[in-house]
Write a protein of this length. Structure first.
Length: 218
């Protein structure tokens, strides 16, 4: 309870902005369901829930001043496993092709609103993790690691969108996930679409993070 109180006190403005963004997204979704008489886009609620998990992890870790290096490392692995779920929502734009032509603009607004919320959570979580790692591992090249993580997230989104893996399958089906990743690495020309998507989406995330960080500083 004390931890929750500390989080609310220290991050009230940020949490308020996130709440407003998510509330707006849900309202748009409800309007879309009413007009189209379809519950198809309800999956966005689950996707944004998964996007909240990595930010929740970094918020929690930020309240632990005596966090050990080992615990931070272990939590970082869990955080990294869930991190691609946040930018993944951007690729849900692929679903607008099944909607009504007359309300296509509404489908775009609904998905974009959730996607922007996901990116907001994504970038804030990375900034938090950077601070945490810097406080415990001062000599690590944080910027280089951050860029690498952004490209790894691009690859993670590819695994989720096109190979239909999710974060839970790291535990439930690690052998299948490992084999698919190994195939992509060992036969890059046969899986050029994976590398092209990873590069393109990774650059998208890098540019977005650079803009977000500079705006955040100002």
């Amino acid at each position: 309870m004390e931890t929750l109180k500390t989080i609310v006190q220290t991050r009230f403005r940020t949490l308020s902005l996130i709440s407003v963004a998510l509330t707006f997204s849900v309202i748009l979704l409800m309007v879309r369901m009413k007009l189209n008489k379809s519950f198809f886009f309800l999956f966005l609620i689950w996707n944004v829930f998964l996007a909240i998990i990595p930010y929740t992890i970094t918020i929690y870790l930020s309240t632990k001043p005596n966090l050990s290096k080992l615990k931070l490392t272990l939590w970082s692995l869990v955080w990294l496993a869930f991190l691609p779920n946040a930018p993944y929502i951007v690729t849900d734009l692929i679903h607008i092709r099944i909607g009504s032509d007359s309300l296509l603009w509404l489908d775009i607004l609904v998905i974009l609103s959730f996607a922007l919320s996901g990116l907001l959570l994504f970038y804030m979580s990375i900034l938090d993790m950077q601070k945490l790692v810097k406080s415990k591992f001062e000599k690590l090249p944080i910027e280089t690691i951050s860029v690498s993580i952004l490209f790894l997230c691009g690859f993670g989104v590819y695994l989720g969108r096109f190979l239909r893996y999710n974060s839970w399958e790291i535990i439930s089906q690690p052998h299948l996930l490992f084999l698919d990743i190994l195939n992509i690495i060992m036969a890059p020309f046969q899986h050029y679409d994976a590398w092209l998507f990873t590069l393109g989406f990774g650059l998208f995330l890098v540019v977005g993070f650079w803009m977000f960080r500079n705006l955040n500083k100002n």
